[in-house]
Write a protein that binds this ligand. Structure first.
Ligand SMILES: Nc1ncnc2c1ncn2[C@@H]1O[C@H](COP(=O)(O)OP(=O)(O)OP(=O)(O)O)[C@@H](O)[C@H]1O
Ligand SMILES: [Mg+2]
Length: 443
């Protein structure tokens, strides 16, 4: 129930509104004019203020301004007998939530007040959600595999041991690495992410280790690297399989000795950083093919945590979808949205080859495009419905996974206009798409 302040210089109106809203179980305080109302606003919190427009001393507009300043979350409804457009516009500009014109029926005012309180409830809920969501992911899980993973991760977080995260693209390795940092003793320290894919070898080297001025063209001043920035915290090396052999060697030394030199310098720098590395490729296979140093692999492979694919934890798909949809609605300034039964069934059935990222993209898209607050099947990407028919047809060919991936990427690329769109459809990031395109030689 809400706490209302009713401000009107007419005693009868005060009385009847007070009785009426009390009968609806609200708490009601009344004031007969501006000064008294201002004093009340200064001393107690209200959910809603109903104020007359024309009063002696302080008028309704001034009161709105005062209320907005003192109690920003309190909504104000203006009651005006001078129902001119100007009054209403001025009131809205001053921050009123709504207005009613006198004379009004109790039904009318009840309707306006209820709508305002509903809005206020939603606002509070959104605020609470925003606080809990922020960028924090949903880490509850009903899946035994996931629960086990979180337990291990939590335990591992307590030590300084190096952690290797594996798992398909989009399963949540970045998300988990951040959570491990939060769980660790280093939580108050920095969390630094270095993506090993995006940069050229030279740039990545200076990004990681820093450089001295003049050590290469473009090095116009001394620059500390990301490893130094991670001192007393955690450094997350994403897509570690993409480190070049030379950088693997240099990084190996850091893993062993916690020390390195900036590019172009002899001074040894010591850094106390916990290392988490991630790869969506099979590092053992990379070792076998001599793409990845075996000694570095063993150094990183102290505690290995494999994040399961979304299809291996079907019990989470709908809860995750609901959570992601709420977050997407908030991000896009839309009211609470829901999945229709059809959409939920489709989401539950689909294989989600792009894992949580693909799911998130699908829901973000739906939250933006859907005309109604209920997400229907039509709001979901076509690819979700195409797949089942094709994958059964393709099953006969026993194509290798790589062939299928290559074909799938080729097809999506031919059907989409931009790389970003293709990446979103595939549920991978643009960099990953770029790399896969290169690997498969797709133009
Ligand atoms: N448990 C979760 N709750 C909410 N969102 C999640 C969860 N796990 C992953 N996501 C979302 O899915 C997307 C992909 O997650 P993330 O970047 O961590 O995957 P990844 O395993 O690192 O992928 P890649 O191998 O391609 O780098 C992100 O947008 C993330 O917010
Ligand atoms: Mg990642």
């Amino acid at each position: 129930m809400a706490k209302l302040l009713i401000v009107d210089d007419e005693r009868n109106i005060r009385r009847s509104l007070e009785r009426f809203f009390q009968s609806l179980s609200h708490t009601v305080v009344t004031a007969e004019g501006g000064p008294q109302a201002a004093e009340l606003i200064a001393t107690q919190p209200f959910d809603l203020i109903l104020t007359d427009y024309k009063m002696a001393e302080v008028n309704g507009l001034e009161l709105i301004v005062e209320a907005r300043r003192r109690q920003p979350s309190c909504l104000v409804i203006l009651m005006t007998a001078y129902a001119t457009v100007e009054n209403a516009v001025a009131a809205m500009k001053a921050g009123a939530y709504d207005y009613v014109t006198k004379p009004f029926s109790l039904d009318q005012i009840q309707h306006v007040v209820e709508r305002a309180l509903e809005f206020k409830g939603l606002q509070a809920e959104n605020q609470a959600l925003r606080e809990t969501i922020g960028d924090a992911p949903m880490l509850e899980s009903k899946s035994p595999a996931m629960k086990h993973l979180f337990e291990l991760a939590h335990q591992a977080a307590q030590s300084d041991a190096t952690i290797l995260l594996t798992g398909e693209s989009g399963t949540g390795k970045n998300v988990l690495s951040r959570q491990i940092h939060r769980w660790s003793r280093r939580a108050a320290g920095p969390f630094v992410v270095v993506n090993c894919t995006t940069l050229s070898e030279e740039l990545l080297e200076s990004e990681l280790f820093g450089h001295l001025r003049g050590s290469f063209t473009g090095a116009i001043k001394d620059k500390p690297g990301r490893l130094e920035a991670a001192d007393k915290g955690t450094v997350f090396l994403d897509e570690i399989a993409d480190l070049t052999p030379r950088l693997q060697a240099k990084f190996l030394r850091f893993v062993q000795e916690q020390s390195f030199e900036r590019v172009g310098s002899d001074a040894v720098i010591r850094v106390d950083a916990r290392i988490i590395a991630a790869s969506n490729r099979d590092l053992e296979a990379e070792v076998a093919q001599r793409h990845f140093r075996e000694d570095l692999f063993h150094r990183l492979n102290v505690i290995t945590l494999r994040v399961p694919a979304l299809r291996e934890r079907r019990e989470d798909v709908l809860a995750l979808a609901g959570w992601m949809l709420r977050a997407a609605a908030i991000r896009n300034g839309r009211p609470a949205m829901q999945l229709s039964a059809d959409a939920a069934a489709a989401i539950g059935k689909y294989r989600w080859p792009g894992n949580a990222r693909e799911l998130r993209n699908a829901l973000e898209r739906a939250a933006v495009l859907s005309r109604s607050d209920i997400i229907g099947r039509d709001d979901l990407p076509d690819a979700m419905f195409r797949e089942s028919a094709e994958s059964t047809a393709d099953a006969h060919h026993a194509a290798s996974l790589e062939d299928m991936e290559r074909e799938h990427i080729r097809r999506v690329l031919s059907e989409t206009a931009t790389l970003d769109e293709a990446a979103a459809t595939l549920g991978i990031n643009v960099t990953t798409l770029w790399r896969k395109r290169k690997r498969y030689g797709i133009e």
